[in-house]
Design a binder for this molecule. Structure first.
Ligand SMILES: [Zn+2]
Length: 367
């Protein structure tokens, strides 16, 4: 069994600017209750925190997802994190902080060195949380699972879908994709903070395009109906994948350069390319995604994505627990609905952004 980090240490990594209960208007709460809410990216699995109890630190656990009216949360697995991590440029050979985290949190020996084992360990942690949740959290692996989830909404329950952040955990073998699929992985980000053997990272050293192995991996992922995620992709990788892919893509957690320009966010041209492929862009909640520190800034970023890509292509991608400060935790997601109402968005459009668009993409994309 693994153990969580000391609370104060994890609290530094995953801070919330405000703690619940949050003040949300009755009108926003009433609308939020009627919505299917889907968040395309959060990283609680890497912290070994107990997801079944309400924690007073970090952003995501089952009680707070339920309180926040989240229908489906995508849980990502992190397998590499370079020392001195930043959004501009990270050395490929920088020491890997995940090694230290795996040792401190008591992950199995194999996960100290193997990135594939790290992903599988986090996949098992999610599975155990689902099993131990007493029906409060389901895991979505197929479009039938998804259909059942939205056909019979249960206010006292939430659901999870498993993803990975960076194909470095394939460890150079296409067969790893099959192993990860069997472990429940249904979404894959090709790169994370450093360039890897699939291609370049937006925050990497070379920031190159798709490699031969990356091209083969992309084909295998699409054959398996694993949804490809271009969050963290370099501009060259982004364009190579847009040209080579056959199925709609996601960018699970990002921002719009028109609202907050930096290496990690998408230009209007990139947003239009995702939309042209039928894809969906999850807007993050952290400061360099939105350019601000509250729900109003998140709403402004969502509107920037809608302006460039169209209302059918914007979604949520909080990056909760991704070693970022957020304005609120998972119990505060109704604040986003409230901010979109305040920004003048129609209820139908809010329903698309809060989950309708992600639901369409997952319904088409899952096996
Ligand atoms: Zn990320």
């Amino acid at each position: 069994m693994s153990r969580p980090l000391p609370h104060w240490l994890e609290g530094l990594a995953n801070a919330s600017r405000a703690r619940g209960p949050y003040r949300v208007s009755e009108a926003a709460r009433a609308l939020h209750r009627r919505l299917t809410v889907i968040d395309l990216h959060a990283d609680p699995l890497m912290w070994s925190r107990d997801l079944l109890v309400r924690n007073h630190y970090g952003h995501v656990d089952v009680p707070r997802l339920i309180e926040g009216g989240v229908t489906l949360q995508v849980f990502s697995t992190v397998t590499h994190s370079p020392l001195g991590i930043n959004i501009r440029r990270n050395r490929t050979d920088a020491p890997d902080m995940l090694t230290a985290l795996a040792m401190i949190c008591g992950w199995p020996r194999a996960a100290w060195t193997s990135k594939l084992e790290r992903a599988l360990f986090q996949a098992r942690a999610l599975e155990l949380a689902v099993k131990g949740s007493g029906g409060r959290m389901a895991q979505v692996r197929t479009r039938d699972d998804l259909r059942a989830l939205v056909a019979k909404p249960r206010p006292g329950a939430t659901a999870a879908l498993l993803s990975i952040e960076g194909g470095q955990c394939f460890e150079g073998r296409l067969e790893s994709i099959d192993v990860l699929f069997a472990a429940g992985v249904r979404m894959v980000g090709l790169t994370h903070f450093v360039d890897n053997d699939l291609g370049g990272s937006a925050s990497g050293e070379e920031k190159g395009g798709l490699t031969d192995f990356g091209r083969a991996a992309l084909a295998r992922l699409e054959d398996r109906r694993i949804i490809v995620d271009l969050a963290h992709a370099s501009p060259l990788l982004f364009d190579d994948v847009i040209d080579a892919c056959r199925r709609p893509l996601v960018v699970s957690h990002t921002g719009a350069c028109s609202a907050c320009p930096n290496e990690r966010n998408l230009t209007d041209a990139q947003l239009k390319k995702i939309a042209a492929k039928g894809g969906v862009v999850g807007v993050g909640y952290w400061k360099t995604a939105t350019g601000g520190e509250d729900a109003a800034a998140i709403a402004r970023s969502i509107l920037a994505v809608v302006k460039a890509a169209g209302v059918g292509h914007a979604a949520l991608g909080s990056d909760f627990d991704g070693a970022v400060a957020a304005p609120f935790d998972a119990s505060g997601v109704p604040l986003v609905t409230q901010a979109l109402l305040a920004a003048g968005m129609s209820e139908d459009d809010i329903a698309l952004v809060m989950g309708g668009n992600a639901l369409r993409l997952l319904s088409e994309g899952l096996p």
